[in-house]
Design a protein around this ligand. Structure first.
Ligand code: FMN
Length: 196
């Protein structure tokens, strides 16, 4: 399996509007591949404006927020492409689409990195942030996964959140719990339940 980096990808719509969503960048020898499942606004955008930025957010609420209807995060103009990137990130990279492998389910857009920059020191990993990231991915796959599996994984991930979260991580976790609970029922509210 290739290395996959979880990032916030920003693209521009045909009308020039910003689209900001989390995507895994698939590492390849000569660059990174973006592989959105159809149907996808990101695919439409890349077909019109074949470039994208990928940012590593410092605030994990950006990842949890984008999959729970909170997509209004501050951005700034990119340096080397027409587009915008997350304002508050550890770093970001800008890509031009160098090749497209079309596919009826999941086309692959091969990105050629044209610029990258670091913006803030990365001091250490945080288990709660990793747990929120995992839960955010789960929350985008509720239609594909057995409810039992989702609830078991949420219960396990909640341990790291309970032990190592700061206020942002706890808030982000709450957004994901709300989404999963709305789909699968109140058993998904593992930490929310303790707070009451
Ligand atoms: C960390 C993370 C990584 C994700 N990676 C992908 C991915 O590689 N491909 C994909 O289609 N969706 C991925 N998703 C789900 C998308 O973010 C979500 O479905 C989003 O709405 C897709 O953007 P779109 O609406 O422009 O297609 C990921 C979600 C998270 C939380």
């Amino acid at each position: 399996m290739p290395l996959i980096l979880e990032t916030i990808v920003t693209t521009l719509s045909p009308a020039g509007e910003l689209h900001l969503v989390p995507f895994g960048l698939i590492g390849e020898e000569d660059g990174y591949v973006l592989a959105p499942f159809r149907p996808s606004p990101t695919i439409v955008n890349l077909e019109t404006n074949p470039c994208f930025a990928a940012s590593s957010p410092r605030d994990i609420r950006v990842i949890a927020g984008t999959v729970t209807g909170r997509r209004d995060w501050p951005t700034v103009a990119c340096d080397a492409i027409a587009g915008r990137r997350l304002a508050d990130s550890f770093g970001h990279a800008e890509f031009e689409v160098a090749a497209v492998e079309d596919h009826e389910v999941r086309p692959r857009f091969r990105g050629r990195m044209v610029h990258s920059a670091a913006h803030a020191p990365f001091i250490g990993y945080n288990r709660a942030q990793a747990a929120v990231l995992e839960a955010a991915v789960l929350s985008t796959r509720l239609h594909m996964l057995e409810p039992e599996k989702v609830l078991t994984e949420m219960a396990y991930l909640a341990i790291a959140v309970g032990k190592t979260a700061g206020p942002r991580e706890r808030e982000a976790w709450g957004w994901i719990e709300d989404k999963v609970a709305a789909a699968l029922g109140p058993e998904a509210r593992i930490l929310g339940r303790d707070d009451r």
